[in-house]
Design a protein around this ligand. Structure first.
Ligand code: NAD
Length: 471
């Protein structure tokens, strides 16, 4: 294709997207999304349709990622259904106005806050949990009464096409439009004007999204990644900890934004940790790798395989280029400067770093960008408190991994480089709603604030003195 054709195609694409945006703006302006009972009805219809397609969802995830059904159920389907159930049950309560007490200064009056939808939302999602990370924010945006353009990941074509099919069965395009395509489409979408942008993906693309949003002062949620440490205390149950961590690296082949990225262990616990990590990983893969998620593509496979050369492998290291699988691998990194210890691993490789004092471990974490989650393993409450109060991270998970994400009643999001904003359950509704403050003046109209000021000023001051002795 010559350059001219590309440009012409882009013009077509921009026009097409502009038409979708306009249709959604018109739909929103009609007030159709404001009726709460209608929103609930639609969420119920979406749940019914998801249940109808449950097996097709697992099949699509198997084709895209070789994701086993059990992982798809726990990591994608169940959470999405939970979001729907919560929205259906709580939407009326969340949508109510909340009374705010009014001070005497504004007597007589009433005040309250009320959530209102932003309008048109753009959601861009990644490939690692292609179903949940697309549907979960979408449910929040719809519960809050917005229209939505969604762009699922191009790297999971089967799941993304199925998402489009499912949503088209429930929502007209003027309310939910699923756009299928890659980076070029994403960039074309970002050139439009929205009332809110919700992005899940890498830090680099997060910056691009924020720049595009800044042009129109559009508010954003950025759900990004980073390196999530596991900090282990002397009092930890090492066997149980190793089992959780091995599972966190096996589940989705470590391709989770909340997966343990590296271990911070007291030196005397390393041998025991390696023993139990190996024991449990051997058990997980004893029936072969048929039930083990593959690395999403060749490029990521080569990136992760490259990490294996950046230190001494303690356990694992088995790779298959044909099936794009790498077994969970423990490694002692050659330095802190190598990409293994600088970049988000986002795969089943786990470097071990040892520490002498807790302070040293905390400083190691604080020297780096704020993580999405810090996993703390210990039975010592003082240790847990010290780590969580002296570090900053989007989330903390104590004596386990990943499950803080699975608990959809907990707001989820990053801080600093790991993201901006939160979602899940009520937090999603709040994210996609503007909280409008309302002041309602009542009668009688008191004369104190009107000029000429002299008349009531001293009286007002005396009155204020009676209420507040300090001024
Ligand atoms: P990515 O940033 O490459 O892609 C995410 C989305 O952005 C995709 O839909 C893609 O088409 C689009 N995109 C890619 N490049 C773009 C560009 N130059 N301009 C505009 N749009 C572009 O991320 P990914 O590889 O799909 O996902 C992995 C990353 O996502 C990891 O960093 C991971 O930590 C992060 N992640 C975060 C969370 C979270 O909840 N915080 C969840 C899952 C994944």
């Amino acid at each position: 294709m010559c350059d001219k054709e590309v440009i012409l195609n882009n013009v077509d694409l921009f026009e097409e997207l502009e038409n979708v945006r306009q249709a959604q703006k018109d739909f929103f302006r009609s007030g159709a999304t404001l009726i709460i009972t209608k929103r609930i009805e639609k969420l119920k219809a979406l749940k019914k349709t998801l249940v109808k397609y449950e097996q097709a969802i697992y099949a699509a995830l198997k084709m895209d990622l070789n994701k086993p059904e059990q992982e798809a159920f726990l990591g994608e389907f169940m959470g999405t259904i939970h979001e729907l159930d919560t929205g259906i049950l709580k939407l009326k309560k969340w949508s109510r106005k909340k009374r705010v007490a009014s001070p005497l200064m504004v007597f007589p009056s009433k005040a309250w806050t009320v959530p209102e939808p932003y309008g048109q939302v753009l959601i861009i999602s990644p490939w690692n949990y292609p179903f949940d990370l697309c549907l979960s924010p979408l449910i929040g945006a719809l519960a809050a009464g917005n229209t939505v353009i969604v762009k699922p990941s191009e790297l999971t074509p089967n799941t993304s096409a199925l998402i489009k099919k499912i949503l088209a069965e429930v929502y007209e395009e003027a309310q939910v439009s699923v756009q299928l395509g890659g980076v070029e489409l994403s960039q074309a979408l970002l050139q439009g004007r929205y009332d809110y942008i919700f992005f899940t993906g890498s830090v680099e693309v997060g910056r691009i999204v924020m720049q595009a949003a800044a042009k129109h002062l559009t508010p954003v949620t950025l759900e990004l990644g980073g390196k999530c440490p596991v900090i282990v205390g002397e009092q930890a149950d090492v066997k149980q900890m190793a089992k959780s961590v091995a599972w966190g690296k096996y589940f989705n082949a470590g391709q989770s934004c909340v997966a343990p990225d590296y271990m911070l262990l007291p030196a005397n616990l390393v041998d025991e940790f390696v023993k139990w990590f190996s024991h449990y990983t051997d058990a997980f893969i004893k029936n072969g790798l048929g039930e083990y998620t593959r690395i999403i593509n060749q490029k990521h496979y080569e990136r992760i395989e490259g990490y294996l050369k950046q230190g001494d492998i303690i356990y694992g290291g088995l790779c298959s280029k044909e099936t794009l699988q790498i077994v969970p691998t423990l490694i002692r990194p050659e330095s802190w400067e190598c990409s293994l210890m600088q970049d988000e691993i986002f795969g089943p490789v786990l470097p071990i770093v040892t520490y002498q004092t807790l302070n040293e471990a905390i400083e190691f974490v604080k020297d780096r960008e704020k993580p999405l989650v810090i996993n703390i393993f210990s039975s010592d409450r003082k240790f847990i408190k010290q780590v969580s109060s002296q570090t900053s991270s989007g989330n903390v998970c104590i004596n386990d991994v990943l499950l803080n994400y699975v608990n959809k009643n907990l707001p989820f999001g990053g801080v600093g480089n790991s993201g901006i904003g939160q979602y899940h359950g009520k937090a999603s509704f709040e994210t996609f709603s503007h909280t409008k403050s309302v002041h309602h003046k009542k009668t009688p109209d008191l004369p104190f604030r009107y000029p000429p000021y002299e008349k009531y000023y001293q009286l007002l001051r005396r009155f204020k003195k009676l209420l507040n002795k300090n001024i």
